[in-house]
Design a protein around this ligand. Structure first.
Ligand code: HAM
Length: 412
């Protein structure tokens, strides 16, 4: 007997109804927002994540599943979707086909974190990447899309934390001010952060160990240039106009390196320590830094297990079979099987017994499945070529010839 690996999960049929509902809702809303699906591979060159997610991030430094394949290449199971999507975007030169793309994915991600409720080593993300526009309305569209999905799922109480991380221009001044502030604190910081002080001081603000010692650090929001300020103002005004519950939070830095300007995180209070149900932001310089043209973009990813946790024990109705064949003996079984296949071809959800139950037990099974009708074939019925159709709701029975069209007519 083997167990599954810590931090991985099986999704058994009882739970997969909820997953199916979640994915269906996501796809419906993606359609409304005119977002098209992209599927990307499970593993990529390790270097891709160093270049995009960022080599000073916790994800790259501590959490990646990296291995060397037989060809001696270093590969990594994707810890997030944005790098793969951008890689595919550039590999297939999608920008040459159209200037503007809205893409979504539902994909497995892998991070070697300490597993706990809402945090797994293999998990699913639903993500959207909008590539080709610098408009602040795109930032708001991403947020509104998520709120729309959460509403349809019956998830209440989520709000959005929003901040701006500025652009390359204004961040240089901020970096200087931050380094000045951090200088005196260096001996108090962890080894990782002391190293980050030189390479990427902004990352220190996202350190799980040190962030609390730095609550009075200078804030990026106070250093924004005029263009970034205006971008942020439009985002905030539009969120307000759409009545989306949000909080401006100057301490929000996010755990990935590629963000510029708007960053946001969806908080669901019932999730406890793992209260971030999703997050994202703008990444206007990532595509260029990966060797592509200068194209702005923005996106988000939602943790799908966390969305399900936030849905609580909401029951999802399973589609019931319309018809269950009840038959005794080999001949009756064969006849049932032929009719059963015919019903399915005619688009009717139907089933029969395959484990040799008695007539009574077959009726009980039909009841348990919630079948609306049973079609009963015993010895007498075979002789007459006519079965008994029983309405399981009313108990009413009628004789119906063994003919798919005839049965279909009576049950519709
Ligand atoms: P992220 O904040 O690293 O962003 O992850 C997004 C969401 O994935 C989190 O808010 C959380 O709900 C879920 N998540 C992360 N780690 C785990 C885990 N170990 N177990 C379960 N759920 C988890 C990104 O991944 C960016 N790629 C988002 C983005 C797209 N930004 C721009 N475009």
């Amino acid at each position: 007997m083997y167990d599954s690996i810590r931090g991985t999960k099986d999704i058994l049929p009882e739970e997969s109804k909820k997953w199916e509902f979640l994915e269906r809702t996501i796809r419906e809303v993606a359609r409304l927002y005119n977002v098209r699906e992209i599927r990307i591979p499970t593993f990529e060159r390790t270097e891709l994540f160093y270049k995009s997610t960022g080599e000073d991030t916790d994800i790259v430094q501590k959490e990646m599943y990296t291995f060397t394949d037989k060809g001696g290449r270093s590969l990594t199971l994707k810890p997030e979707g944005t790098p793969g999507v951008v890689r595919a975007f550039l590999q297939y030169s999608l920008h040459k086909k159209r200037p503007f793309h809205k893409l979504f994915y539902i994909e497995r991600m892998f991070r070697q974190e300490r597993p706990q409720k809402g945090r797994y080593r293999e998990f699913y993300q639903f993500g959207v990447e909008i590539i080709g526009s610098a408009s602040p309305l795109v930032d708001v569209e991403l947020i509104s899309m998520v709120m729309n999905i959460l509403e349809r799922l019956g998830i209440k109480g989520t709000y959005v934390r929003v901040n701006s991380l500025g652009c390359d221009k204004c961040r240089a001044d901020y970096r200087k001010a931050l380094k000045e502030y951090l200088k005196g604190k260096l001996p108090l910081l962890c080894e990782n952060c002391r190293r980050r002080y030189e390479t990427n001081p902004l990352r220190i603000l996202d350190c799980k160990v040190d962030a609390e010692k730095l609550t009075d650090a200078p804030r990026m929001i106070d250093f924004l240039c005029d263009e970034c300020k205006e971008h942020h103002r439009i985002v905030i005004d539009t969120l307000r106009y759409l009545n989306i519950p949000f909080k401006e939070d100057p301490t929000l830095v996010r755990g990935l390196d590629y963000y510029t300007r708007t960053v946001f995180e969806f908080i669901h209070p019932s999730l406890g320590a793992q209260d971030s149900i999703g997050g994202g932001g703008r990444y206007d310089t990532l595509i260029k830094s990966m060797g592509g043209p200068d194209i702005p973009a923005a996106g988000f990813a939602m943790g799908m297990e966390r969305m399900l946790l936030a849905m609580g024990d909401r029951e999802i109705e399973e589609e019931r079979p319309v018809l269950f064949f009840v038959a005794l003996g080999d001949d009756a079984k064969r006849l049932s099987f032929n009719l059963l296949e015919g019903m399915r071809k005619a688009g009717v959800k139907a089933d029969m017994d395959y484990i040799g139950r008695s007539m009574k037990a077959q009726m009980r099974e039909a009841n348990r499945l919630g079948a609306m009708f049973t079609y009963i074939i015993g010895e007498d019925e075979i002789k007459k070529g006519i079965g008994i159709l029983k309405n399981m709701g009313t108990g009413e029975q009628m004789n119906v010839p063994m003919d798919v069209e005839e049965i279909k007519r009576r049950i519709s």
